[in-house]
Design a protein around this ligand. Structure first.
Ligand code: SF4
Ligand code: SF4
Length: 476
């Protein structure tokens, strides 16, 4: 911890882009300004920016500054390993991609109740301990998204955790799902320093509705982002506030907010409280654009982009509909959702994504679904029934049989699973996740795609023939 300079960290998940790639010259300028401003903490992960973040960090930071000049955090992400043997090669590839021979902090990424089970099952914490002993990792930590109770359980079981990365911002501070305040208290009680992530909630608190910004202006609190960062930095036990900066102006603004850091006074706290109430009244969807859900969506829906359009439209911004049309032009729409739930399993914000997609569909597409005779032709309404009544429509006995068959298919095809579902994150690797996706695929006639795979078809034909032979043997 002593090597960290200042309380602002550079989150490398929203770097400036140029034609789809990280704009390295712009990123170099941002790194230089950040370092000149007296900060040195950088945070990356393999999956950030479609796996381009680590390489960009190497080029803009690690190849341009001596190793002792910066502190670098990388993460072990659950979707990149399926067993213990996968972890070391993955870790070595991260070192290589970043161009360093050690990480200052190595975090078990996005821990929650279910991902923690995956990490434990694969011995990830033991491997992290070995990496620390070898000097390739200086400190072990976690980034965390779940309740304070789950956090306490993990910290009890893994005493080697030295740092915790938590989502803290004034909108989520007392939210029942994020529980920032309770999680902060849990860390403080154990003397574990906290790195704050999402202080501006994926940009949502950086750009406020006019009325809310007017409140900040009246209180002379500066930009919306700097007010949010000051709130997070002022919380007890916070060592560093990460900001996912995407432009040199953001670096300048964030650096100023922390360099001249003054904790919010009582009047400013009250102003933020009023802003929070205004934002809650708008009931915007709290997506942070982390994009974890995108990669594993079998329907290929650009979930965060559609949510962003929806939020814009809710704020009365005409371009919400315009961008919705751009994002769905020749691309999957909300009603292409097959209801598998993979996105909800992985969403750190705990969003009810299937329900949200239905709302988005109703906002933008419902008119188009009126057929000529006025009757509805609405796939999303079918989804509504599925997600609402979900399994109630299937009698228990039938469901049990279906589950049995699906388990049999799962076991038979275990070797095939990776190639079939290579883009589905680790959370879907549990029998329950696998079963749900197959069940929903079946309901949505996507079973046809499943059956069309020659390897699967041959396996099913083989099993059927074996059963027929056995039956004919027994019946003489
Ligand atoms: S439920 Fe499945 S298909 Fe629907 S958006 Fe989520 S991941 Fe995609
Ligand atoms: S919906 Fe959830 S997982 Fe997807 S980008 Fe938003 S916050 Fe991240």
């Amino acid at each position: 911890m002593e090597r960290i300079k200042g309380r602002l960290g550079f989150g490398c998940m929203r770097l400036p882009l140029n034609e789809g790639d990280v704009d390295i010259p712009a990123f170099c300028d941002m790194v230089d300004l950040f370092m000149e401003s007296g900060f040195n903490y950088f945070d990356t992960a393999h999956g950030y920016i479609d796996e381009k973040s680590e390489g960009a960090v190497r080029r803009a930071l690690c190849e341009r500054y001596p190793r002792e000049a910066f502190v670098l955090t990388d993460k072990l992400t659950g979707s990149y390993f399926k067993c213990r043997e996968d972890i070391l090669p993955f870790f070595e590839s991260q070192l290589q991609e970043c161009g360093v021979d050690y990480f200052d902090f190595y975090l078990m990424h996005s821990q929650n109740k279910s991902s923690y089970e995956h990490f434990k099952r694969c011995g990830a914490y033991e491997v992290a301990g070995e990496l620390k002993a070898s000097g390739k990792v200086r400190h072990i930590g976690i980034s965390f998204h779940d309740t304070a109770e789950v956090l306490a359980e993990i910290l009890d079981e893994q005493p080697q955790i030295e740092i915790v990365q938590l989502q803290v911002n004034y909108l989520d501070y007392d939210s029942p799902s994020v529980q920032s305040r309770l999680c902060l208290e849990e860390c403080k009680r154990r003397g574990i320093p906290v790195i704050v992530m999402e202080p501006v909630k994926g940009g949502r608190l950086a750009s406020l509705p006019e009325e809310a910004q007017a409140l900040l202006d009246k209180a002379k609190m500066g930009s919306a982002a700097s007010a949010a960062i000051r709130f997070a930095a002022g919380c007890d036990g916070v060592a560093v506030v990460l900001s996912g900066m995407g432009s040199i102006d953001m670096v300048r603004d964030n650096a100023r907010a922390i360099s001249d850091f003054k904790a919010l006074d009582e009047g400013e706290q009250k102003t933020l409280e009023r802003v929070r109430k205004m934002l809650e009244a708008e009931s915007l969807i709290g997506c942070t654009n982390c994009r974890y859900c995108v990669k594993g969506c079998p329907a290929g829906i650009k979930i965060p982009d559609l949510i962003s359009c929806y939020n814009k439209t809710k704020l009365g911004d005409w371009c919400g509909k315009y961008y919705y049309e751009r994002h769905t032009d020749g691309a999957p729409k909300p009603d292409d959702c097959i209801g598998c739930g993979a996105c909800e399993d992985i969403c750190p914000q705990g969003l009810d994504i299937r329900r949200i997609l239905l709302d988005i569909h109703n906002m933008y597409d419902n008119e188009a679904d009126e057929s000529d005779d006025g009757t509805r032709n609405n796939k999303a309404t079918d989804l509504d029934k599925e997600t609402d009544g979900n399994d109630a429509s299937i009698s228990e006995g039938l469901e049990d049989k279906a589950d049995g068959i699906l388990y049999a298919v799962q076991n038979t095809l275990l070797g095939e699973r990776e190639s079939l579902y290579s883009d589905i994150p680790a959370t879907m690797e549990s029998p329950d996740g696998f079963r749900r996706i197959v069940k929903h695929m079946t309901r949505r006639n996507l079973a046809l795609k499943f059956i069309n795979n020659p390897k699967i078809l041959l396996t099913i034909i083989g099993i059927t023939m074996a059963i027929i032979v056995l039956i004919s043997l027994f019946t003489g």
